[in-house]
Design a protein. Structure first.
Length: 284
């Protein structure tokens, strides 16, 4: 059972690591990684001097902040709501329907959204009843962030809730009985029993999310981006792809290295803060 996972990480995570050196070289395909000229931090200077990267970084930070503030708590809220349901058939139905989008490619999900939010789509037909003028929502940059948040919640909330539901099942039920005997209602039980019970899981998931802070979801953004929303939808991942397709592999790798370093730094800071609050929690 261990070997497939080990091989996957060895081939796709640790195997390509020597390629990081491309960020410090004037990479040439004909000369190869080791034969290309060493340029030190010149590629990093070129990266931050370019307006396109700074725009992509700004957009990434905005989307990442929305992800952490709105998308991250959504599975927790759903798990808490499902935990309070007592009618099991409805509970199973909601859980099944909520995690189904996780198994659908973003290419398909984006196609559904383009149809639903198009000028002749169901949303405009519904809003037309109330006299709202039809518009192509995905062609309006002012609505891109809103669509990003709602669509990501739709696609990830059910699957993410499974982890918290599993954590909720491990809470000692006698704690709830003791809370009820002390006169605690449902909300006080959630506050003083449920949330502290799943706090270690929330802390770990938060740290894992920090590691991907600048990786806000390439598949989603790439498939939802249109020429009209390029200015607000261009992120670090799409910038990396664009530079690679233009054969500027040095700049592409430099942006990727910067992205990874920011994720590592945030994980170290986040883990340190969590361990200061509670020494028994944290990744390491």
């Amino acid at each position: 059972m261990f070997i497939p996972g080990f091989l996957m990480f060895a081939l796709f995570a640790y195997g390509p690591l020597p390629g990081i050196i491309i960020a410090f070289k004037d990479f040439s395909i004909t000369q190869g990684i080791w034969g290309s000229d060493w340029v030190g931090f010149a590629n990093f200077e070129r990266l931050f001097a370019g307006g396109d990267f700074l725009r992509a970084l700004r957009n990434t930070l905005v989307l990442a902040a929305l992800d952490m503030l709105i998308v991250f708590p959504a599975p927790i809220i759903l798990a808490l709501a499902l935990n309070e349901l007592r009618w099991n058939p409805f509970k199973r139905l909601v859980q099944t329907l909520s995690y189904l989008p996780h198994f659908i490619s973003w290419v398909v999900l984006a196609g559904i959204l383009f149809q639903f939010l198009g000028s002749a789509g169901p949303l405009n037909a519904l809003l037309g009843i109330f006299g709202v003028e039809a518009k192509a929502w995905l062609l309006d940059s002012s609505y891109f962030y809103l669509i990003f948040v709602i669509s990501k919640i739709w696609a990830t909330i059910g699957w993410g809730a499974i982890i918290y539901i599993a954590a909720l099942s491990g809470i000692d039920q006698t704690l709830y009985e003791a809370a009820r005997m002390d006169g605690a209602g449902r909300f006080k039980q959630i506050r003083h029993v449920t949330l502290p019970g799943i706090a270690p899981t929330i802390a770990i998931m938060f740290l894992l999310s920090l590691s991907n802070f600048l990786a806000v979801g390439f598949d989603q953004v790439y498939n939802l981006t249109t020429p009209a929303t390029q200015t607000v939808a261009d992120i670090v991942d799409t910038y990396v792809l664009r530079q690679a397709l233009s054969f500027d592999f040095s700049l592409s790798m430099t942006a990727s290295v910067f992205q990874a370093l920011v994720g590592l730094l945030l994980v170290l800071i986040g883990n340190s803060v969590i361990k200061r609050l509670d020494p028994e929690r944290g990744l390491f």
